[in-house]
Design a protein around this ligand. Structure first.
Ligand code: CP3
Length: 320
């Protein structure tokens, strides 16, 4: 979850010379950036360097990253006609650099840590496609869902089918686990999640379940819909910091693993508050098997690297 990125000086140095998309599309650069945190932080896994929106381009949704604003899609999806114009693609032909990066990384990571691949859940991908960029209300997305439900479900079907192909190809290339980001699912109330997101997400998990790698299902602000989100699938459910970990785990069910859930803002300091909060997460996990310590969302750009390093050490040292 933004394990690599702007909080690292080595990454910022590379970004002086290359755009984010250049890095994603150049295997040697994507490998180098994936390895940056692995080399200096005691992490237990590497996450492929790419972006959630990389598969948008071959679907006919051109986009770029605008400095300080985030992603911007050139011609967002606004009508049923726009949905029908989206292209299908063969991931190995359209996005060869992603799979080449994975193959190179597996060689590089041998005997170090496993490699996690990732993709987006249909709701979050559809929200980007419709909004055209970040949003706080997801008003256009919800208006589209309510007013044009048939077109909405066609759009999500397209994203679900694409994700199954794309993530299958990631596993074939060598990733050892997959994380599905439904980052913005928390914008939905329970009934809407059930009607508009759950059917598409659960289809992805049913299909990907056949691949035999662990699947992590993550969303932000999901406290109100957590049991529904867990019901849609995932061997591991990723949660943010809004619920204490033990409460979240009892909602998810003890038969599943859980990932989380330190507030990434704590990494800005002070140090003692950070370390106490990390211990609290671990105490709530109670030493039960099936807890992956992680942040509740992505690391912030102005995070001091030293605190990230210290956090990882503290987690490894922890004894109940
Ligand atoms: O190291 C890693 O974690 C792997 C790389 C990774 C990136 N994006 C690189 C990136 C991963 C796993 C993602 C996933 C992603 N991308 C998500 C899902 C995770 C989440 O945060 O909920 C989403 C929603 C996106 C879309 C996206 N990409 C946004 C909204 C932004 C702008 C954010 C910002 O702070 O500017 C990006 C840009 C992006 N993707 C960066 C990185 C490291 C920022 C760095 C840069 O501009 O160079």
């Amino acid at each position: 979850m933004r394990q690599a990125g702007r909080y690292m000086a080595d990454y910022r140095a590379l970004r002086q010379r290359y755009t984010l998309l250049d890095i994603c599309r150049t295997p040697d650069l994507a490998v180098a950036v994936t390895m940056q945190p692995v080399d200096v932080i005691e992490v237990d896994a590497a996450i492929l360097f790419s972006d959630l929106l990389v598969p948008f381009t071959p679907m006919g949704l051109d986009f770029d990253f605008i400095k300080g604003e985030g992603p911007a899609i050139a011609r967002p999806v606004r009508t049923a006609g726009d949905v029908d114009r989206l292209k299908s693609f063969e991931p190995r032909e359209a996005l060869p650099y992603v799979f080449e990066t994975i193959r190179l990384l597996r060689r590089e990571l041998v005997d170090l840590v496993p490699l996690i691949g990732f993709g987006g859940a249909p709701f979050t991908l559809a929200a980007y496609a419709i909004e055209g960029g970040p949003s706080t209300t997801y008003a256009r997305t919800k208006a589209f869902m309510y007013a044009q439900p048939a077109a909405w479900h066609r759009l999500c079907d397209r994203f679900a089918a694409m994700m199954v192909d794309y993530l299958t190809a990631q596993v074939e290339a060598g990733v050892q686990a997959l994380q599905i980001f439904d980052s913005w699912a928390g914008a939905l109330g329970r009934a809407d999640y059930r009607e508009f997101a759950h059917p598409h997400t659960s289809r992805i998990f049913t299909e990907l379940g056949k691949l035999g790698v662990p699947l992590v299902h993550f969303g932000v602000g999901t406290a109100a819909i957590l049991s529904d989100l867990a019901d849609a699938g995932g061997d591991v459910i990723g949660v943010d910091w809004r619920l204490p970990l033990d409460e979240a785990w009892s909602i998810v069910g003890m038969d599943r693993a859980i990932q989380g859930n330190l507030d990434p803002t704590l990494l800005l300091g002070p140090r003692q508050r950070l370390l106490t909060a990390a211990d609290d997460v671990l105490r709530r996990a109670g030493g039960r098997p099936g807890h992956i310590f992680n942040l509740g969302h992505g690391i912030l750009p102005n995070t001091p690297l030293e605190l990230v390093q210290e956090l990882a050490k503290q987690v490894h040292r922890f004894n109940l």
